[in-house]
Design a protein. Sequence first.
Length: 355
Amino acid sequence: MEKSKINERIRRARVSRGLSLDDVAQKMGDITKQALSKFESGKMAPNSARILKLARALEVKPEYFFRKETVSLAPLEFRKLAKMPLYRQAQVSELMHDHLERYLSLEMCFDESVRAAVLPPRSLKVSSVEEAEEAANTLRARWAIGGDAIANLTDLLEFHGIKIILLSVSEDFDGACAASHDETNVLISLNKDRPGERMRFTAAHELGHWVMELPESMDDKIKEICCHRFAGAFLFPAAQVKVEFGGHTRSRVHPQELLNAKELYGISMQAIVRRLKDLGLLSPAGYQAITITMSGNGWRRMEPGALPSERPRRFESLVFRALAEGMITVSRAAEFLQIPISQLDAGVCGALVHE
């Protein structure tokens, strides 16, 4: 690998850990931030001993610095993450870039049959919030999932070629969608510390960003509303909402109704209330009343009946398949999974899946 590529890897590893040059210098203890800056800019090249120390400080394997570049990531849109500081936004971007890079390298160990064709971007033209509802119905029809509850949204997305990563980087982060420059690969990242229902909604929201073609002239706030409407309709179709809550406008809804529907459809009580409002099934007064009740109970921040999070399984399964079939070494498997080799022992595989 060229020197400049190694130096770029140093920068990416530092950013992905959310560290400043000062932070890394302090962790290493025998180097200045000025010297580190020269490594990252390509003005100096680290020797082998320095690379080992950098690997320990940045919590990566030394092989990371020599990994072949396999994908170029399109710029992320952080409109929804405006509260996140820029260095956290950069961290999310690098973590997603690294995961997608490892994912594609892993898939290259297999023949083409292992790769699912990804859903084409902007394949559903939408020019209004109401059309976002129809877009969700259209996608459900294309994927032949009917109108019933989606038992595991993460499995569904992975089946259709959308890669998923769980991150824990910032309280302000919900999720983001990134794609390779050629748009043949897409990755959705989710905050692993959120309740399951919120993670599902965020995943469906990001799916909306990917699949809907929204007018460039549309205000960003309206685009977000469109994606919210898409997510709500995708998780809880209008026909099923009417089955659960009736087809006429009501002036009151009981919290237990909302909790029951939440458990069945995997969508938050707040999102269900918004569905009722959007579909004209709850009067303005009724909407205001239940919103006040939920706020008074503290449910706007933490609802009752939090659902377990859905864990993406495909990447990990491919790693162990490749390892079992002798396609990769134990060291390479550990690098793919970003874990110590010791955790690949058969005795701890059961614990590994919960990491």
